[in-house]
Design a protein around this ligand. Structure first.
Ligand code: BG6
Length: 482
């Protein structure tokens, strides 16, 4: 499966993700001459465009979403010439014949479904019937891959009926982010951390994905899902798995994913007995973000809702390495800033020889966005003659990725993922057993919320969630790293 594909079929090609991320990513890859010369991109959607009309839509999207200095007339011409558009109603099996004709006898085709999940089943059936599921065909799927374990299994079964697992590419765009992969380099490319990377060396881990945006224009999708299913089920659990997994023997799809799934299966269930002490749900009310007044979630939605826009969890990985180490997770909309980071809080020294001087335990701060940074806090002596005793201060050791790799352009996560799909590399895609382990854990939390009638608590937009999120960690003497 490592032969590059000759055709990329893009379903949902007129959608927001396609215009903002997928087509600009493909353009960027093309500008760096990374796409196979012969690659044709066949776009499909319901809209009744012809190819020239679609090309005009793409050109406008590139104007908006590709940096001007990346553009050139030569690259524009080359990229736009790769495009063809086939209007297709996925619920009509006959429609796929035209698509098959556009692909022709090509042996290598990558198919990217960026459509409503309700269309996955008919689309896969249509593709298979049209002969587009043969040994050279790979299928990539964008989230949401279901809304619970049962619905995700239905999707996975429909996929498996046509595409075997080694040709199925489930996307979690966080795995395409540079710093997320850097986590692996940090853990397994250095000897420094691994001996301490366990319950003896680490007090707790925090993972935060904070967003300032609200509902945007996604009411139909988001209100049915909420923060737990929209962000924790996928991105946050993938981050947790990468932090907690055992060292894989190789950087290959089976080795990495085998280790991740073991972690996901070791997550201690949060159920009706523990849901109130281990989880917090919130929903934003009106407030201000970055000095701008913003409406309450219910007002944006136009009705009251029981959906959470914030969630905080205290998770545990029940294995030898992590016994007794809490993993605090939190994510939410309309928080004070856009910020994603992983904090690894090491344990304090067992004994201080410095009398009253306050020692702060080392902390590894891995910032994913907006800036990519890795920092490690260390105790250092404050300069001076120390007539009143040694003074110590916690100072950061900083690896600013922007400086260390100043000459390297930062890529959109989808550039990496699309190129890996085109080249058939699966390591950064999520395997079925991982998704199902993720849903199993999430479903228990939701069942716990239902059984205990746990409704979201209000928080004013622009705050770090409801006060209960602070209490969740403070009970254990831990503060969120804000
Ligand atoms: C998506 C969620 O998966 O990730 C969105 O559906 C969220 O609600 C987005 O805004 C966040 O991604 P990023 O890359 O901007 O952190």
């Amino acid at each position: 499966m490592s032969e590059p594909c000759t055709h990329l079929l893009l379903f949902g090609a007129t959608g927001d993700l396609s215009k903002r991320m997928l087509l600009p990513s493909l353009y960027n890859l093309d500008a760096d001459c990374l796409l196979p010369d012969c690659l044709r991109i066949i776009a499909t959607a319901r809209s009744e465009f012809d190819t020239p009309a679609f090309v005009a839509v793409v050109a406008a999207a590139l104007d908006q979403f590709v940096d001007a200095e990346r553009r050139s007339p030569v690259c524009d011409a080359r990229f736009l010439a790769r495009l063809a558009y086939v209007s297709l109603d996925a619920s009509k099996p006959d429609a796929f014949a035209e698509l098959a004709a556009a692909v022709g006898d090509s042996a290598q085709v990558s198919i990217f479904l960026s459509t409503a999940p309700s269309l996955f089943g008919p689309t896969i059936a249509g593709l298979a019937a049209a002969g587009l599921a043969g040994p050279g065909a790979r299928l990539a799927l964008e989230k949401p891959l279901g809304s619970d374990l049962a619905s995700s299994r239905l999707i996975n079964d429909a996929v498996a009926a046509a595409y075997p697992e080694d040709r199925t590419f489930r996307i979690d765009h966080y795995l395409g982010k540079e710093t997320v992969q850097n986590l692996l380099a940090l853990r397994f490319g250095n000897t420094l951390f691994e001996p301490l990377w366990n319950a003896a060396g680490i007090d707790h881990v925090q993972i935060t994905i904070a967003e300032t945006v609200g509902l945007e224009s996604r009411a139909g999708y988001y209100d049915g899902m909420g923060a737990l299913r929209d962000m924790v089920q996928n991105h946050m659990l993938q981050l947790l798995a990468l932090v907690a997994m055992e060292p894989p023997a190789r950087f290959d799809p089976a080795s990495v994913r085998d280790e991740k799934v073991k972690v996901l299966r070791s997550l201690r269930p949060i159920d009706r007995r523990t849901v109130e002490s281990h989880s917090v749900r919130g929903q934003y009310t009106s407030g201000a973000v970055a000095g701008q007044p913003v409406k309450a979630y219910a007002e944006e939605l136009g009705k009251t809702s029981g959906t959470e826009t914030f969630v905080a969890l205290k998770a545990h990985v029940d294995n030898w390495r992590w016994q007794g180490v809490p993993f605090y997770l939190r994510t939410g909309k309309r928080l004070p800033e856009r910020m994603s980071e992983i904090i690894v809080q090491f344990r304090p020294v067992p004994h201080s020889m410095f009398g009253d001087a306050v020692l702060k335990a080392n902390k590894l701060v891995i910032s994913l966005q907006p800036d990519e940074n890795v920092g490690l806090t260390m105790m250092a002596k404050a300069p001076g003659l120390d007539r009143e005793g040694l003074k110590l201060r916690s100072v950061p050791l900083h690896i600013g990725m922007d400086n260390a790799f100043a000459d390297v352009r930062r890529r959109i996560a989808y550039e990496r993922l699309l190129l890996d799909l085109i080249e058939g590399k699966q390591t950064l895609f999520v395997r079925r057993d991982e998704v199902e382990a993720q849903w199993t854990w999430i479903d228990q939390i939701r069942a716990g919320w239902e059984a205990t009638d746990m409704a979201p608590k209000p928080y004013a937009a622009g705050n770090w969630g409801p006060p209960a999120a602070i209490a969740l960690t403070e009970r254990n003497g831990v503060s969120w790293h804000d």
